[in-house]
Design a protein around this ligand. Structure first.
Ligand SMILES: C[S@@+](CC[C@H](N)C(=O)[O-])C[C@H]1O[C@@H](n2cnc3c(N)ncnc32)[C@H](O)[C@@H]1O
Length: 307
């Protein structure tokens, strides 16, 4: 990147920084798509490749600048960036397009999500859970999909959402920034992913409403707490799905709960439920998100208490 471009970035105000970050993410994503188009000529691909590289370099410089901000300024920045991203994604959803699918992966660098922490991860040979070691961002829900899921879920004010197998914590970070009224809990088996998620939530100023806990959800002693929404992105082995779904079905008998399934979790949950106790699922985001709402047969006045 040229020295002039670098200086331009250094001279941006904190407000302009967020706007520029989002614009560069969109540009990098658009040039990435154009350069891989089969029917574009070699010259056009070369130009797109150069523009893509420039956008990536600018993103790195913008991230470095944002990460050097004082905590309050960083929190203002990340809130502004997420608000802008949310507007773009919701406009894209209206247009039935998915150009922004992985456009905002650079948010990981802003939050400080380091997938390298999986390196050298030692797994007890007796454990059989599905931990996706070393799989990185490819097995985290894309930021675009999380925002679309939240729009489709339309959580009530002050709703509680639980991510069952929360990975590196992306879902909670988006919920915390876009829905500060909500209460979020992420349960994750792998300790260092929980540590990273907590550090990111702290830096983004979200610790009051976004919590992450190390927990093996297959543990027979552990009981999943009540919530309005449970989110699952392909987390479990068949046995663990059976154990977790039994609890979700029980919860759904006495209260209105929503189970949001990403990927293959949708098929597993559809097979596990009795249709009489659940509404027809709403299938969204190009078929990748299934939203199942329970029809409680026993009403209860029990409220949700904070943990
Ligand atoms: C595909 S990732 C999804 C991460 C996150 N929910 C997202 O959508 O970005 C599934 C996560 O479930 C976790 N997991 C698998 N088995 C688990 C268990 N028994 N208890 C808790 N977490 C588990 C894995 O370690 C992995 O991080």
């Amino acid at each position: 990147m040229s020295e002039v471009a670098r200086e331009e970035i250094q001279s941006l105000s904190d407000c302009e920084l967020a706007e520029n970050f989002v614009t560069m993410c969109v540009r990098a994503s658009a040039t990435e798509s154009s350069r891989s188009l089969q029917d574009s000529g070699a010259a056009s691909r070369q130009i797109q490749t150069r523009l893509h590289r420039e956008a990536q370099q600018k993103i790195s410089t913008l991230v470095a600048r944002a990460r050097s901000l004082a905590p309050q300024a960083f929190q203002a920045f990340i809130n502004a960036a997420m608000a802008r991203i949310s507007t773009l994604v919701l406009a894209e959803r209206m247009a039935h397009s998915s150009l922004l699918y992985r456009a905002f992966d650079a948010l990981d660098d802003l939050f400080g999500i380091d997938y390298g922490r999986d390196r050298g991860m030692r797994i007890d040979p007796s454990q059989t859970e599905r931990l996706y070691e070393g799989a990185g961002r490819g097995v985290q829900t894309s930021y675009e999909s999380i925002l679309i899921a939240l729009a489709d879920l339309a959580p009530r004010p002050h709703a509680r959402m639980i991510d069952l197998g929360s990975g590196y914590g992306r879902v909670g970070l988006v919920v915390g920034l876009t829905r500060p009224d909500m209460d979020f809990i992420g349960y994750e088996y792998v300790c260092h992913r929980v540590e990273v998620s907590r550090a990111c939530a702290e830096r983004a100023g979200l610790t009051a409403q976004v919590k992450y806990h190390q927990q093996d959800l297959a543990d027979p002693i552990f009981t999943i707490p009540p919530a309005d929404i449970y989110y699952l992105f392909d987390p479990f082995t068949q046995d663990t799905y059976r154990h977790v779904f039994a609890q979700l079905k029980d919860l759904g008998r006495t209260r209105a709960v929503c189970v949001a399934t990403k990927g293959f979790a949708q098929q597993w949950f559809a097979q596990a439920i009795d249709d009489a106790n659940w509404e027809q699922p709403l299938v969204c985001d190009e078929g990748t998100l299934g939203i199942f709402r329970s029809i409680p047969s026993v009403s209860t006045t029990r409220g949700i208490t904070s943990t």
